[in-house]
Design a protein around this ligand. Structure first.
Ligand SMILES: NC(=O)c1ccc[n+]([C@@H]2O[C@H](COP(=O)([O-])OP(=O)(O)OC[C@H]3O[C@@H](n4cnc5c(N)ncnc54)[C@H](O)[C@@H]3O)[C@@H](O)[C@H]2O)c1
Length: 690
């Protein structure tokens, strides 16, 4: 009894043994924990004074999963699977006491216990698919036996956890604790002993293994997961639960896991997982810098972005004032927000009373004085420097001292905007992505004078709003849009040289992006870029011609594609084809057939090249930050790990050679490989070693 090791403690309450793990922050099942648990279980197994065992965790959660850093390394005994088997075969009742998030290996461990008692706020789930894996410690065999294959598959393929109430209804947990969790679990164990309840081993159950509806459910769940190996493996493993004996199903699960863990897709997804965590670490911030208060917010401008940003606050339960220049415009903005929420309710994504609660967090107002005592103000007015400077000069006058003043500009110089205030230390960029209430990325733009605590406050805000932050420096377009601009130039060239918009589109969709460059421009509106180009004296021959012909994208029903009313389906447009052919003829370009491989090389490689320059300029701190930006802001396929990771997989010498080839063929010197690429390629290194 007492401490088994630094992480595991064994104590007794009467004839009930309680094994408690304390491995902050999330009780990951690292080797020391597994070894301690195995030792503790060994002791109680042979102790005649112990009648039942409770497995519990200290801190904020039950085991939230395996230790990911051990993935792909030789396993150290006891493996999680071995330890879990030891729990299941215990000759006395084992009760799991679940609180916080019992996820992945933690939930698999709980599934092998004979009973499960949960705190009211507990959540359980198997999110391995998000790392390109399947649950590899029996989850695909035990969960179907407990909840049926269809429900199990849904949980395993989506990775979405369920709450305690749903888990109770599904038979995943046996009881929800009314008060103290460990106390309830001990009382539960005592009742099991007193009632001489038989040990219910999940592995022996088959009453819920019904195949009906499984094939349809599998097809529906994987339809949109094109190109991904893990979901298909999840389906195979859960199907095995129905057709193979338990031990064979377990063996096959383990083989599938080993294959996925060694595969490219999971490696890429694990890279993104770690890159996301790294991105929140910002160099040059003194240790212990505290965020400022973030109890309420204000958003200036109730347009597309301002409305979405206000929804982010409301969704997070933070009261927000949405400010416009007139009652009409304000009402329009508020109506759009309400319609947006109503659509979610209609789709079943939100309860009606929750919508009301969220709408109740948003207060509309006219005039900037309404920022009042807001802790954070986010400006989302038109993309015009003079206007933004006026708004910030006004904010300087009316915002309370110490308020975080943030601009949602997508291209403008944050330092110049900050210069219109007397408190540039309070100013940052918070660049949301459209639709702001959906897209996870938040580019936090750190100005030359942004205070460390302002940056930390912006990072905290991102977390509160459920966003994934990446801190970037000031330059035109910051990281994401600066790279995107390179792609746009090449996409237009591809059209001139012979590709059709739909060929470019399908090459990108095939690559794994949710849409290609032209569908994306149609969604954002072609007029936006046209205005910016005009103000900068720049041209895009085909896009300019389209704009002159009123092709502004989905908003006008015509852009690079044609759209039927109420539909977002992109239909090829003969008029666009004609504009492309006319422009090519006018410029004397001889058109030729261009295959998907060249299309991807020519749009993606120049973006990576720009990413390298962004690193050279110090605008992004790490290649992984750029990957995070592309995965969460632009839908880059997570199983390809982000553009910089993708470049490393291809090898930088290859990238250097192809960029050189395209630069020489086109005469466009900006396509020449960045110095960083040439240097790393010469040293046979990748961005990962940057
Ligand atoms: N649309 C996008 O995809 C996107 C993405 C990221 C960032 N941005 C940036 O977000 C900002 C807003 O873009 P948007 O697409 O929402 O534009 P929008 O035209 O939809 O909305 C701008 C709103 O600001 C209001 N406004 C103008 N001056 C104001 C003032 N002085 N006080 C209060 N309200 C004022 C306008 O009435 C309008 O409703 C721009 O800086 C843009 O570059 C846009």
């Amino acid at each position: 009894m007492g401490n088994i090791n630094a992480s595991v403690d064994l104590r007794r309450d009467g004839r009930i043994a309680i094994v408690t793990t304390d491995n902050p922050p999330v009780n990951a099942l690292k080797h020391e924990v597994r070894a301690g648990l195995a030792e503790a279980l060994g002791q109680v197994r042979d102790d005649d004074d112990v009648e039942a065992v409770v497995i519990a965790c200290a801190g904020r959660t039950f085991f939230a999963g395996a230790d990911i850093t051990e993935f792909g390394r030789p396993p150290q005994a006891p493996s999680l699977g071995e330890f879990i088997a030891a729990i299941e075969t215990m000759p006395k009742p084992v009760v799991a006491a679940l609180h916080g998030t019992a996820l992945g290996g933690g939930f698999e461990l709980a599934l092998a216990c004979h009973f499960r008692v949960a705190a009211a706020g507990a959540r359980v789930g198997l999110p391995e698919v998000r790392l390109g894996l399947l649950p590899g410690a029996g989850g695909t065999q035990r969960l179907p036996r407990l909840v049926g294959p269809e429900k199990a598959l849904k949980m395993i393929v989506t990775g979405e956890p369920i709450g305690a109430v749903e888990a109770l209804a599904d038979g995943v947990v046996d009881e929800i604790a009314a008060g103290d969790l460990t106390g309830s679990a001990i009382a539960f164990a005592r009742r099991v002993v007193a009632d001489r309840r038989p040990l219910r081993r999940v592995r022996d159950r088959d009453d819920k293994l019904v195949a009906e509806g499984f094939a349809d459910a599998a097809a529906a769940l994987t339809r949109r997961l094109r190109g991904r190996e893990a979901p298909a493996a999840c389906v195979e493993a859960v199907r095995n639960a129905m057709i193979l004996p338990f031990d064979e199903g377990l063996k096959r699960e383990s083989e599938l896991f080993q294959k996925l863990v060694a595969g490219d897709q999971s490696k890429a997804q694990r890279h993104v997982f770690f890159a996301e965590r790294e991105a929140a670490k910002v160099p040059g911030i003194p240790m212990g810098t505290k965020p400022r208060a973030l109890a309420n917010g204000a958003v200036i401008g109730a347009g597309t972005m301002g409305g979405g940003i206000a929804m982010c606050f409301a969704n997070a339960g933070i009261p927000v004032t949405l400010i416009e220049t007139s009652n009409d415009l304000l009402q329009k903005g508020l109506d759009r927000i309400a319609a947006n929420y109503r659509a979610t309710v209609a789709r079943g994504g939100l309860a009606g009373d929750e919508m009301d609660r969220r709408l109740g967090q948003i207060t509309g107002a006219v005039g900037i004085d309404a920022v009042g005592d807001a802790d954070v103000v986010i400006e989302a007015v038109f993309e015009e420097m003079a206007l933004k400077k006026r708004v910030f000069a006004d904010l300087d006058r009316v915002a309370k001292p110490g308020a975080l003043l943030a601009t949602n500009t997508s291209t403008l110089d944050v330092d110049e905007i900050a210069g219109s205030t007397s408190r540039p230390q309070d100013v940052v960029g918070t660049h949301f992505f459209s639709p702001a209430n959906v897209m996870r990325l938040l580019e936090i733009v750190r100005g030359a004078k942004s205070g460390p605590d302002a940056v930390v406050t912006a990072l905290t805000l991102a977390r509160l709003l459920g966003k994934v932050p990446a801190v970037v420096g000031v330059c035109y377009g910051f990281v994401g849009n600066r790279m995107l601009a390179r792609r746009s130039v090449e996409a237009e060239r591809l059209l001139l040289e012979g590709a059709s918009p739909q060929e470019v589109e399908s090459a990108h969709v095939e690559f794994g992006l949710p849409m290609g460059p032209f569908a994306m421009m149609d969604l954002a509106g072609l007029d936006v870029g046209w205005l910016i180009r005009k103000s900068r004296g720049e041209h895009a021959v085909i896009e300019d011609a389209l704009c002159e012909a009123g092709h502004f994208g989905q908003k006008t029903g015509i852009g690079y594609f044609r759209y039927q009313a109420g539909s977002r389906a992109a239909i090829p447009d003969p008029e666009v084809e004609r504009i492309i052919l006319d422009t090519a003829a006018r410029l004397g370009v001889t058109r030729r057939k261009i295959g998907p491989e060249e299309i991807i090389e020519r749009t993606v490689f120049p973006m990576i090249n720009e990413g390298a320059r962004i690193l050279e300029d110090g605008i992004a701190t790490r290649p992984g930050d750029i990957d995070v930006i592309w995965v969460y802001g632009y839908g880059w396929p997570v199983w390809r790990g982000g553009p910089m990771y993708y470049a490393d997989r291809l090898g930088l010498p290859h990238l250097r050679d192809r960029l050189t080839f395209y630069a020489e063929r086109s005469g466009d010197q900006s396509l020449r490989p960045a110095a960083l690429i040439s240097r790393l390629a010469a040293e046979n290194r990748g961005f990962a070693t940057f």
